[in-house]
Design a protein around this ligand. Structure first.
Ligand code: RM4
Ligand code: MN
Length: 388
């Protein structure tokens, strides 16, 4: 049986990063339902993210998205975050919302547009210097809609050239995380559609480049834990963008649609001893909360990742390995299912008490009055959303 003290130690050391954009008004391309009390500034987003950490104890950083979180002084934003008890985490570049990027950003056939996109990516590294962030996360909407629209290989060359320039600009402790997505907004070709393409670029760049697995960016039925295992084996799993999907890039709360898949993914991570900070895997959320209140939804999401992690950690690895070695298919499967079917909520409640936290973070948040306070305080100004 797994050593429960070691399981608890690993769970206490777990780090999950929240995304600043989850606190703003975001949703689908059909309608964004505005909520009262949402942040109007990057500082207010940071303050909301700090609440998630306050009640869970395992979400000590918030990712920013540039220019949505543009401020005059990023050092000041980092200091503001530190005062609130958290840090600024991953810097996300945005080269997908400008009219110039109609035919792509770094893979655009027009060199002037490519230069503009590249300058933005380099600016993001400047921001990382100021905030002390380790990771630059890149997701490109680049691609084509029609056969013949552009040269597929030439686009890869342009992409590789831009990535190379940004890579050269990284400091020794900084990393580039390259995300992939099967389709959307481009429908015929996407320049970084899958983990293989991302990995090829990362391998060509060097050891500071790694792949990000956004759980919503695959074809239905894709075996994501297999991809995770392959990337772990190659030493190129940079991190996760966790969310849930029923159909495409739904950006729902992680663990809501398919908690078993989340368990299987985290089982690969824990089996490879890659949960701790020394493994360098960034566990990030990338979600939108269109109809549900945002801060409790983020707290719930962090708890869902924790629950899947706890189940992965309590897996009887010895029983599993013995069954696997002897070719006992049913016992092997049962060893995994026993862990998955264990109710880890009492374990996590106890863990929170050990950490000086309320055993029920969502209830504690609701009791705190923070939700009512931001609704009363945040009157006037422009609520944050896609684009700010
Ligand atoms: C993209 C991608 C990125 C995220 C944006 C908001 O689809 O998943 O990671 O930064 O959405
Ligand atoms: Mn993502």
């Amino acid at each position: 049986m797994p050593d429960l003290t070691a399981v608890k130690t690993a769970l206490k050391a777990q780090r999950i990063e929240t995304p600043s954009w989850a606190f703003g008004n975001t949703g689908t391309r059909f309608k964004v339902f505005a909520q009262p009390g949402v942040p109007r500034t990057p500082q207010e987003k940071v303050a909301d993210a700090a609440q998630v950490h306050k009640f869970t104890g395992v979400a000590p950083s918030v990712a920013v998205h540039i220019p949505w979180d543009k401020v005059d002084d990023y050092g000041e934003l980092a200091a503001f975050a530190a005062d609130a008890g958290i840090a600024i985490g991953t810097v996300n570049a945005n080269v997908f919302q400008d009219d110039d990027y109609k035919l792509g950003s770094v893979a655009n056939p027009d060199p002037a547009v490519r230069r503009k996109a590249l300058d933005h990516l380099l600016e993001c590294v400047d921001i990382m210097d100021a905030t002390g962030s380790r990771d630059l996360k890149l997701w490109f909407a680049d691609g084509t809609n029609y056969p013949g629209q552009d040269d597929i290989r030439a686009r890869q060359d342009r992409l590789a050239e831009a990535l190379h320039t940004v890579y050269q600009r990284l400091g020794p402790d900084q990393r580039m995380l390259l995300e992939y997505k099967l389709f959307e907004p481009s429908f015929y070709t996407t320049d970084v559609p899958d983990w293989g393409t991302s990995l090829l670029h990362c391998l060509a760049l060097g050891p500071q480049a790694a792949v990000v697995v956004d759980t919503g960016h695959h074809a239905p039925g894709t075996n994501i834990e297999f991809i995770v295992a392959i990337l772990l084996r190659a030493g190129r799993l940079g991190g996760f963008d966790f969310n849930s999907r029923f159909y495409a890039d739904d950006d729902l709360m992680v663990g809501a649609a398919d908690p078993f898949q989340l368990f299987r993914i985290l089982r690969e991570v824990t089996a490879a001893s890659a949960l701790g900070p020394e493994a360098g895997i960034a566990f990030m959320l990338d979600q939108c909360h269109n109809i549900e209140p945002k801060i409790p939804a983020q707290i719930r999401s962090v708890m869902n990742v924790q629950e899947a992690t706890a189940k992965a950690l309590i897996t009887d690895a010895e029983a599993l390995a013995t069954a696997q070695r002897s070719g006992d298919v049913l016992r092997a499967n049962a060893a995994l299912m026993d862990a998955y079917n264990t109710d880890v909520r009492p374990l996590l409640a106890g863990l929170r008490e050990d950490m000086g936290l309320d055993p029920d973070p969502v209830a504690a948040y609701h009791r705190s009055g923070y939700g009512e306070k931001i609704i009363a305080d945040r009157i006037g100004g422009t609520p944050a959303g896609w684009g700010s």
